[in-house]
Each structure stands twice: as structure tokens, then as C-alpha cells.
Design a protein around this ligand. Structure first.
Ligand SMILES: [Zn+2]
Length: 78
């Protein structure tokens, strides 16, 4: 059997649920943006001096071999 509740209690629960959902969404998107930013910031870009192929490797590294021709290239610095 359902118990009748006051409108004030119902509205207070509703507002608390909405505020909780907004805090959760803010935390979720903030965390996601931080992870994406780290991934982009920590990647290294290379341009092959032999075949002119441009490629990206994860993490900071000084050299990486070209996936097309295997030539070892230095990281591009901007
Ligand atoms: Zn190459």
C-alpha cells in the first residue's frame, strides 16, 4: 500500500536528485576532458624524412620508426 507524502517532501527529494545528477555529470565530464587532454598532450608527432608520412605515437618519446617504411625519425618540435 502506498503512503501519501507531502508535496514539500516530494519536491525536496526531486530537487536533491537533480542537484546530485548535475554534480555527477560535472564530475563525469571533467574527468573525461582531463583524460582526453592528457592523451593529446602526451602524444608525439613524427614526420618521416624518407617517405613524408606523418604519424602519431603515444607518450613522449624522442624517436619512433615509421609504420610505412621503418625509418627512424625524430619527434617534431613546434
Ligand atoms: Zn616513412
Amino acid at each position: 500500500m502506498l503512503q501519501p507524502i507531502d508535496l514539500d517532501v516530494f519536491l525536496a527529494c526531486l530537487v536533491a536528485a537533480v542537484i546530485g545528477a548535475l554534480f555527477f555529470l560535472q564530475f563525469w565530464y571533467d574527468r573525461r576532458d582531463a583524460l582526453l587532454s592528457d592523451h593529446r598532450r602526451l602524444s608525439s608527432v613524427f614526420s618521416c624524412t624518407r617517405c613524408s608520412f606523418t604519424y602519431v605515437r603515444p607518450r613522449r618519446r624522442a624517436e619512433a620508426s615509421c609504420p610505412q617504411c621503418g625509418w627512424n625519425n625524430a619527434r617534431l618540435k613546434f
